[in-house]
Design a protein around this ligand. Structure first.
Ligand code: PLZ
Length: 449
């Protein structure tokens, strides 16, 4: 794949190259940051206060003209690349037709088409239905709501190190207190946190880790009180934690045996990121419900809960909805994203990226003993940093590496319960040359530690 992209948009002139022209942040960003601090609360902080003006492909350009190689894609949203022609064209065409009528007043085809595409591309060949929402957290909320209605039970099981959102229920479902929960309670009840599978830290086989999860839930809650178990097939904010083989199938089997709805939160891991439409496929699980958001619409806000028709139909008419939910412009963009994944063979691009990035990360691990683990699938890879010779988390090294990278024109995201993970989730449009260049900067960053 070449590093030259063409586009119909006014971002056509953005060369797919790294360019550092000023100190980072530059003077214009600093001035904007000052305005921002006066009117935006400190609770909404930014990992890197450089203000973005334009973006294309895998490059974001700041107001000072600096060009960054984007290895985070806005946390896995810009999966098919920034300002993608097909997405722009589809959204623009819809903008000129109508932007809102509200599906629960008068419906439109785009919503139905997105539901058809999700039914087709989520795991499982049974009848499925989809409700569309605006955000990942809202999808999680609705999945729980539907599972409760279907089962007539209240309990919600989640896994340690999970992230499910920032609303009241999803804060309760999220593991990490700081920054997501501290002082923001009381939280929704009936949420139960069970141990997960974290091979690097627990050393357990999938079967043993699942036995531990299940034993906890049976003892502390009781299977018959659980409406659903919500799990990220690969934990996102938790640090791209890939469960041991057999862990997820064992959980699913237990859920099925006990009438518990098995829900895959694929908000970060889904939509082609791992080289499959949904990461569940890599683990051989077919969830009762799959949640999607982030990468589904090229940056426009839309999210979906897709599940077995009989579960999804448990809600009475009028029980599900929302003003902007399934917005027609976002739906048009989502259809263009699905089309692009097919017509451009983007699932294979995730494998190509893994083919370049994984060996490079493993080589860095051999060189720098601060890298304790290299893991992930497709274009969802991570390194976990430790104090050399131990598994003690090393968040200071992550801060130093991400700061060095930013100074040198590479946007890198951290993750993990201890903030000691660097995650790589670039756009599938990133070329090999830019990947290699970013790896070069990463190598320099580790050398500078
Ligand atoms: N479930 C698995 O990854 C969003 C949030 C970053 P929303 N993750 C990034 C932040 O600091 O807010 C996420 C996720 C998984 C749910 C969500 C929530 O999705 O669209 O942010 O609500």
């Amino acid at each position: 794949m070449t590093d030259t992209l063409t586009t119909a948009s006014n971002t056509a002139g953005i060369a797919q190259e790294r360019r550092v022209l000023t100190a980072i942040p530059g003077p214009k960003s600093l001035a904007l940051q000052e305005r921002r601090l006066a009117v935006v609360p400190v609770g909404v902080s930014s990992a890197l206060p450089v203000f973005i003006e334009r973006a294309h492909g895998a490059i974001v350009v700041d107001v000072d003209g600096n060009q960054f190689i984007d290895l985070g894609a806005g946390i896995g949203v810009m999966t098919i690349g920034h300002t993608d022609d097909a997405v722009i064209a589809a959204a623009a065409a819809q903008l000129g037709e109508f932007t809102h009528v509200m599906f629960t007043i008068t419906p439109y085809e785009g919503y139905v088409r997105v539901a058809e595409l999700l039914a087709e591309h989520t795991p499982g060949d049974f009848a499925k239905k989809t409700v569309l929402l605006n955000s990942g957290a809202e999808a999680v909320e609705n999945a729980v709501k539907i599972a409760r209605k279907y089962t007539g039970r209240t309990g919600v099981a989640v896994l340690d190190h999970a992230y499910h959102g920032r609303t009241n229920l999803t804060m309760a479902m999220t593991y990490k207190a700081m920054p997501y929960k501290l002082g923001f309670g009381p939280f929704a009840g009936e949420v139960h946190h069970a141990p997960n599978s974290y091979p690097f830290r627990d050393g357990l086989s999938g079967a043993d880790a699942a036995a531990r999860t299940i034993a906890y839930l049976e003892k502390a809650v009781g299977a018959s009180d659980l409406a659903c178990l919500v799990a990220e097939p690969i934990q996102g904010e938790g640090g791209f934690v890939v469960p041991a083989d057999g862990y997820l199938p064992a959980l699913q089997e237990w859920c099925t045996a006990n009438g518990i709805v098995f829900i895959a939160d694929e908000i970060q891991s889904g939509m082609a990121r791992t080289g499959a439409y949904f990461a569940s496929e890599h683990f051989g699980v077919v969830p009762d419900m799959v949640l999607s958001a982030k990468g589904i619409a090229g940056g426009l806000p839309i999210a979906g809960v897709t599940g077995r028709a009989e579960i999804m139909d448990a809600s009475h008419p009028g029980g599900l909805g929302g003003t902007f939910a399934g917005n027609p412009v976002a739906a048009a963009a989502a259809i263009a994203v699905f089309d692009s994944i097919e017509s451009r063979g983007l699932l294979a691009e995730a494998a190509r990226i893994e083919g370049v990035l994984r060996p490079a990360l493993l080589a860095l691990q051999r060189k720098y003993d601060v890298i304790g683990d290299v893991r992930g699938i497709g274009a969802m890879l991570a390194i976990e940093l430790v104090r050399p010779g131990t598994t003690d988390p090393n968040p200071a090294a992550v801060s130093a590496i991400t700061a060095y990278a930013a100074q040198h024109g590479v946007l890198l995201l951290s993750a993990g319960t201890w903030g000691n993970v660097i995650r790589f989730l670039p756009s599938l449009a990133i070329g090999d040359t830019m990947l290699a260049e970013a790896i070069g900067v990463l190598d320099e960053a580790f050398a500078s530690l």
